[in-house]
Ligand binder design. Structure first.
Ligand SMILES: *Cc1c(COP(=O)(O)O)cnc(C)c1O
Length: 466
C-alpha cells in the first residue's frame, strides 16, 4: 500500500515513510491510495479474536510489505499488553440501546494510548533500519502529550518536544507529561492556546531551515499510523454487537477529527456502520460545517473538555479529500483559501458525501453535566466530560431502535476529577497504576508563544540528521 498527499504535491510514500514523515511536504496529509475492503465473510471471521490479533488483521492491508504479519502481531501484542483491561477496549452497556466503549485503560488514561503505544514501537522498528534520528515535535491540549511521551520515553534515536498551552491543561495531564524524566523528553509550556501551539508546530514542519537539519516527525493525529490503529476498536466493538450481520452507530467526542475519521475508514473497509455522530462542545466548527457547509474558525472558548477546545480540525481535510473526489489540486486551493481567510465553504459533493455517514451535535456545559448525571443514575458509571459530550450527542441523535449506539469513552473520569465532581458530587480516584503522580518531580521549560523561541529551543536540543 502506498500513501498520497491530500494536496497532490508530495511524493507517494510507503507505510514506513508515511509513519516517519507525519505531515506531507506540500502541507497535506497522507492517506492510503485506496481503501482496502474486507468481505462480509472476512469480517465475520474476525469475531472472537483477541484484541492484538484483531489489530494485526485489520491493519495488515495498510502496512503492506513494511512488516511481516508475524512481526506486526508481535508489535500489537507488546503495545496492547500494557493495557490494564484484558479486553483492551471493553464495552459497557448503559441501557437497551446505549453502550460505552472504554478506550482509557492504557498507561495515561485516554484513548490516545491505543494508537500511540503502537506508534512508539513502529517508530523504533523503522528507525532501527537506518536513516536519520527522529525529532518529534507536537502540540497538545493535554492527552496527546502524555500518551506520546509515555510511548517514546527512553526509546533510541528519538527526541520528543511537546508544547502545551500553559495553565490550560489539567494538573493530572500536566504531571503525566512533566514527571517523565527520560532525557529524550522535552516539555515546553507556551503562552497561548492549543491552536497557537499547533500553528507553531505546523510552521516548523514547513520551515526548510529546520527540516533540512532535522528529520521532524509527528505524533498528533496528522500521523496516518495513529488513525489506522484507531480503526481497530470500531471493528472490535461492532463485532461484539453483531457485525457484520447488524449495523452499529458510533458517537465520538471530537476535536481534531482523528478518532471519528478512523470510524469513516472502518466503514470504507466494509464494516456496516449506520451513522457516525460527531460530538462537539461549544467550539463547534465541525458541527457548523456538517450542518451548514460553512467551515469557519472562531476563537477558542476554554471548556471542561479541553481536548475538544479546537477550532481547526486537521483531519477534516482527509474527509474533504475523500468525499470531494480525491482531487489534490482542488483541495490544495480550497485549503489555501481557508488558511488565508480562516473560512471556507464545503462543495456540494463534500456536503453530500459527509452527510451520507456523519451527523453531529453540540453540547454546552449544561448538556455535558446532564449527561454525566444521566449515566451515573442509569448505570452507576462516572463519565469524563469528553465522553459525556459524546453521550449527549448519542442520545440526541435519531437512530433506529434496533441499532446499538456506542459512545466512545475517550478519557478516564479521574483525568478530569473537578468537572466530574461538580456534576455528580463524586470525586473519581486515580487508578493505582498512576497513584503517586502528585509526589513525582516535574521537569519543563516555559517559553513565550513566538515561533523563533520554540525553533531555537528545538534546534539546540535535537539530534541533527546524518
Ligand atoms: C484527543 C481527545 C479527543 C478528540 O479526539 P480527536 O481525534 O482529536 O477528534 C476527545 N476526547 C479526549 C479525551 C481526547 O483526549
Amino acid at each position: 500500500m502506498d500513501y498520497i498527499s491530500t494536496r497532490g504535491g508530495a511524493p507517494a510514500l510507503d507505510f514506513a515513510g508515511a509513519t516517519l514523515a507525519g505531515l506531507a511536504s506540500d502541507g497535506g496529509l497522507y492517506v492510503p491510495r485506496e481503501w482496502p475492503r474486507f468481505t462480509e465473510g472476512e469480517i465475520a471471521g474476525m469475531a472472537g479474536l483477541p484484541y492484538a490479533a484483531l489489530a494485526a488483521r485489520v491493519m495488515q492491508p495498510f502496512v503492506g510489505d513494511c512488516l511481516t504479519p508475524e512481526r506486526l502481531l508481535e508489535l500489537t501484542t507488546q503495545a496492547y499488553g500494557r493495557f490494564a483491561h484484558k479486553a483492551v477496549t471493553p464495552l459497557k452497556q448503559l441501557d437497551e440501546q446505549h453502550w460505552l466503549l472504554e478506550l482509557f485503560h492504557g498507561p495515561t488514561l485516554a484513548f490516545k494510548d491505543v494508537a500511540l503505544q503502537l506508534l512508539g514501537l513502529l517508530f523504533e522498528e523503522f528507525l532501527s533500519r537506518g536513516g536519520d534520528p527522529l525529532t518529534i515535535v507536537g502540540a497538545t491540549s493535554g492527552d496527546t502529550g502524555s500518551a506520546a511521551i509515555d510511548a517514546v520515553a527512553g526509546r533510541a534515536r528519538i527526541e520528543i518536544f511537546m508544547l502545551h498551552p500553559k495553565g490550560r491543561v489539567s494538573d493530572v495531564q500536566r504531571r503525566q507529561m512533566t514527571t517523565v524524566l527520560a532525557p529524550n523528553v522535552h516539555n515546553i509550556a507556551i503562552e497561548g492556546t492549543f491552536d497557537d501551539a499547533q500553528a507553531m508546530v505546523k510552521r516548523m514542519f514547513a520551515d526548510r531551515a529546520m527540516t533540512d537539519r532535522f528529520a521532524i516527525g509527528a505524533v498528533n493525529s496528522i500521523n496516518w499510523a495513529r488513525l489506522m490503529a484507531q480503526v481497530v476498536y470500531y471493528f472490535a466493538a461492532a463485532l461484539q454487537l453483531g457485525a457484520p450481520h447488524r449495523k452499529v452507530a458510533f458517537a465520538v467526542p471530537t476535536g481534531n477529527f482523528g478518532d471519528v475519521f478512523a470510524g469513516y475508514v472502518a466503514a470504507q473497509m466494509g464494516l456496516p456502520i449506520e451513522r457516525l455522530i460527531v460530538a462537539t462542545n461549544v467550539n463547534d466548527i465541525l458541527h457548523r460545517a456538517l450542518t451548514t457547509g460553512d467551515y469557519s474558525a472562531g476563537t477558542v472558548t476554554p471548556t471542561a473538555a479541553p481536548s475538544m477546545d479546537i477550532q481547526v480540525s486537521s483531519n477534516f481535510e482527509r474527509l474533504l479529500f475523500d468525499v470531494g473526489g480525491r482531487d489534490g489540486a482542488a483541495l490544495a486551493a480550497q485549503m489555501a483559501g481557508f488558511e488565508a481567510n480562516r473560512t471556507m465553504q464545503l462543495t456540494n459533493a463534500q456536503r453530500q458525501g459527509a452527510a451520507a455517514l456523519f451527523s453531529s451535535a453540540r453540547a454546552d456545559a449544561n448538556d455535558m453535566a446532564q449527561a454525566i448525571r444521566w449515566a451515573f443514575d442509569a448505570s452507576g458509571e462516572l463519565l469524563d466530560p469528553h465522553t459525556a459530550i459524546g453521550l449527549h450527542a448519542a442520545r440526541a441523535a435519531t437512530i433506529p431502535r434496533d441499532v446499538p449506539v456506542v459512545t466512545l469513552a475517550t478519557a478516564h473520569p479521574a483525568k478530569f476529577r473537578d468537572a466530574v465532581e461538580r456534576a455528580t458530587g463524586q470525586r473519581p480516584s486515580l487508578p493505582a497504576r498512576i497513584g503517586d503522580l502528585f509526589e513525582r518531580e516535574e521537569r519543563l521549560v516555559d517559553l513565550p508563544g513566538d515561533y523563533d523561541s520554540i525553533a531555537n529551543y528545538v534546534a539546540s536540543h535535537a539530534v541533527a540528521r546524518g
